[in-house]
Design a protein around this ligand. Sequence first.
Ligand code: 1AL
Ligand code: ZN
Ligand code: ZN
Length: 465
Amino acid sequence: MDDKQFDLVIRKGTVVLIDAVRQVDIGILDGKIAALGENLNYSGQTPVYEAEHLHILPGMIDAHVHFNEPSLGHWEGFATGSAALAAGGCTTFIDMPLNGVPPTVRLSALEQKLAAAKGHSVVDYALWGGLVPGNIGNLQELAEAGVIGFKAFMSCPGGEGEDIFAEVDDVTLYRGMKEIARLGLVLALHAESEEIVSRRSAKAQAEGRRGALDFVATRPIAAELEAVNRALCYAEQTGCRLHFVHISSAEGVQAITEAKAKGLDVTVETCPHYLALTSADLEQLGPVAKCAPPLRTAEDQDRLWAELIAGRLDILASDHSPCPTSMKQGDFFEAWGGISGAQSSMELMLDEGHLRKNVPLPDLSRMLSLEPAKRFGLYPRKGVIAVGADADFALVDMSRGYTLQANDLLYRHKHSPYVGRTFECRVQATFCRGSKVYELGEGAAEKAEGAWIRPIMIVGGEVGG
Ligand SMILES: NC(=O)NC(NC(N)=O)C(=O)[O-]
Ligand SMILES: [Zn+2]
Ligand SMILES: [Zn+2]
């Protein structure tokens, strides 16, 4: 008997590999991919999932979500947020250090975050720490505990209360970068100039200009570009590795691409909403589509697509920043800034990118899974379909169209700018470490067995994590 034994075989799916798409069987043992190949041998008792009509991609690694626990679980929590991600083909997320209270800016807060997550997430997760004025002395304890990197805001993130996540001043940013360089981690930046944004915003509101396009005009591409260039200047001086979150413009991508050519260790993320929605949609849909940086014009969006198609974007992430529906109504300046989109990221990118624009599946998968895994120390365990990696997959039906209804959403609050949108493909099932965490028609798994993943990294020459 040379039959290999597996816990599960996923049979005859069209599998997206790093540089090819092939119809193969996947043999899974102990949560890992144990074999890949045409017509694997296995015993008659082995459970089989028939995937002949499905594409199989590495599970998305969503490097940018805000799940708001502890304290703001009534906005979104690990249970509902992770269920929505599973329904969207995501198998690992990295939770931002805000808008939970306290924000994840010191060890005690990280412990509260971990306690809130434990036993509630259906997919795996890693955590961001935060860099804010006054906490540079806390970065090391957070790094040692296993955060994936640090996040800072160059403009005011919004939110209320005492223990708020504040934007960095330039001195904190510079000194924080020096410390993060020493710790060997990445600094993720929300890059918009507070100076430009706050002045324009105050003026527009004082003059009673409060519509969708008035809001957009307060956060121009120039505000993004100025912040990107200032941060790149500090990165060059400090040697800090940078990751720019949610870059909304081709200009921003180009500045980052030039910095890479100069040898800086920097990566760029955009979000599906900048590729799928425009400022005209914001006018039409209302504050449900409000985010910062804001949605751009159709021409700007075309140029961002051109950057993606040229291979100059590293990471696609949702920036799921949910809130109660009541906070997404009314005035464009007062409504919460943040889009609920986590469930739709992969379907949007497959539909808009692959089915409509012919972006090859391995290229999309690189931005959805491989690059985030590599950048944040999760590779080779995650981010790829290869023998030895975790059995994390999205099974997608590329010919099953549907129109998204609010009731399809598994978020705590069932709003999204994509409700009513028709998708040409649909996630059929999601597996995390070999366990099915979602199936269309059944919903997300009842057992929340997602694990906290710490980065595999080199600190001062020693392997940590
Ligand atoms: N406080 C937030 O969650 N902000 C987020 N809001 C957005 N993007 O509109 C973000 O990532 O900047
Ligand atoms: Zn942001
Ligand atoms: Zn965000």
